[in-house]
Design a protein around this ligand. Structure first.
Ligand SMILES: Cc1cc2nc3c(=O)[nH]c(=O)nc-3n(C[C@H](O)[C@H](O)[C@H](O)COP(=O)(O)OP(=O)(O)OC[C@H]3O[C@@H](n4cnc5c(N)ncnc54)[C@H](O)[C@@H]3O)c2cc1C
Length: 380
């Protein structure tokens, strides 16, 4: 792996950084306060082809590599962590599995509009009784005639309020456990598919998290992604890639903490001098800077490993685990450096503090990442 970014990578990073600073950051506090889904951010990201960053150009994407994708998510998340995850979910959790496991017809019908950003996708694996234990799916899909009938409830679904299509996991044969789970694409407006509770959250408040309810919801057999029984494999493969996006989101939040803290420490005076002159503050900044770099390197290594075409579960888990904990530690330090002002929502570090926490929870908690890493160490 070459540690230097290519000229193309640097150009993408500069373009998205400039865009995010001018178009996304100014509205971030307002969206956080109102909890309104940032439709205009999604439209602007779509105009820059950021919604299908890694999808091949044939299917409406930008055909970029995974390192480029991490740069995009980092820059967006530095400006607005909600926008970062919205873009990440459409890319990693909807477009990727449809491109990898979908038929030619499904790619034309579903991938193309989502990769172009004309439509938005979401990923529905979690249920009230199936979070970390994702194999414990209670949502069922029963074969009836030339289709399937879905029944069940999904919760905490990012992008849910705005999504045009949902990738839904359901048990087609409970007796087979993980091997009895299948994946379906369900479009908004399908009879029997409705939104449930709109979640009020600690952070990433405008990412549109909702419950999704399926009551005798009928989809055609052509909406089955992959083969019957492949759903769990599709979900795990998808989450491996998704974790690289969340690692990048965490790096973006951590970097925002570092940059705001450095700026503030130079301005804020106590005992007649800038607080940046106190070694206690300098040490916090030094630790943040070192950890942000380390988190980004792990994230880029995971992205690079994925692009080599082999297995990357371990690298993705390590990147997600470390980067998310760096985001949280950086946010704690940032609030400390801001003192009482860090606790007020007049400054963005209060939002970063709330936003950082989710990176340790979704797409596999830190405990689940440790299990993935340990399993890799202990195999054979
Ligand atoms: C804001 C938000 C957005 C989300 N977006 C989506 C989405 O778009 N799509 C989707 O499908 N899901 C989504 N989720 C769900 C998310 O992936 C789950 O919340 C997460 O996987 C944890 O599951 P849980 O909440 O059921 O916690 P639980 O699984 O009940 O875990 C509770 C605690 O027990 C620990 N634990 C569980 N099992 C073990 C074990 N074997 N060993 C050690 N510790 C363990 C966990 O680490 C955690 O600390 C979202 C969640 C949130 C909060």
């Amino acid at each position: 792996m070459n540690l230097e970014l290519t000229a193309e990578h640097r150009a993408i990073r500069e373009m998205v950084r400039d865009f995010a600073e001018k178009e996304i950051a100014p509205g971030a506090a307002r969206h956080d306060r109102t909890r309104e889904f940032p439709y205009e951010n999604v439209r602007k990201c779509a105009a820059l082809n950021l919604l299908g960053a890694m999808v091949s150009e044939e299917f409406g994407g930008s055909g970029l590599d995974t390192i480029s994708y991490t740069l995009i998510v980092e820059e967006l998340s530095r400006a607005c962590a909600s926008t970062g995850v919205i873009v990440s979910v459409n890319n990693s959790l909807f477009c990727h599995p449809v491109e990898k496991f979908g038929s030619e017809d499904q790619k034309r019908r579903f991938l193309l509009p989502h990769a172009k950003g004309e439509k938005l996708g979401c990923f529905c694996l979690s249920e009230p009784g199936a979070g970390s234990d994702a194999g414990n799916q209670q949502t069922t899909a029963v074969r009836k005639g030339d289709g399937y009938v879905l029944n069940g409830t999904k919760n905490f679904i990012t992008n849910g309020v705005a999504a045009d299509s949902a990738l839904v996991f359901a048990a087609t044969d409970k007796a087979k456990g993980h091997h009895g789970i299948s994946a379906f694409i369900v479009e908004k407006g399908t009879p029997g598919f409705r939104l449930g509770k709109d979640e009020v959250k600690l952070g990433i408040t405008c990412s549109g998290s909702v419950e999704m309810v399926f009551e005798d919801c009928r989809v055609g057999a052509s909406n089955l992604l992959g083969e019957e029984g492949m759903g769990f494999k599709i979900a795990m493969n998808t989450l491996d890639g998704g974790r690289i996006g969340i690692a990048a989101q965490a790096v973006g939040i951590a970097r925002a903490c570092l940059e705001e803290s450095t700026r503030y420490a130079k301005q804020r005076k106590a005992f007649g001098k800038a607080i940046a002159e106190f070694q206690a503050i300098q040490f916090m900044l030094a630790d943040m800077a070192t950890e942000v770099d380390a988190a980004r390197l792990l994230t880029h290594r995971a992205a690079w490993t994925k692009d080599q075409g082999g297995r990357f579960s371990l690298e993705a888990a390590q990147a997600k685990l470390f980067a998310s904990e760096v985001a949280m530690r950086s946010a704690v330090k940032a609030v400390q450096i801001f003192g009482g002002y860090g606790y007020m929502n007049d400054y963005p570090v209060e939002r970063y503090f709330r936003d950082a926490k989710i990176t340790e929870i979704y797409e596999g908690t830190s405990e689940i990442q440790r299990l993935v890493i340990a399993a890799s160490l202990l195999k054979d």
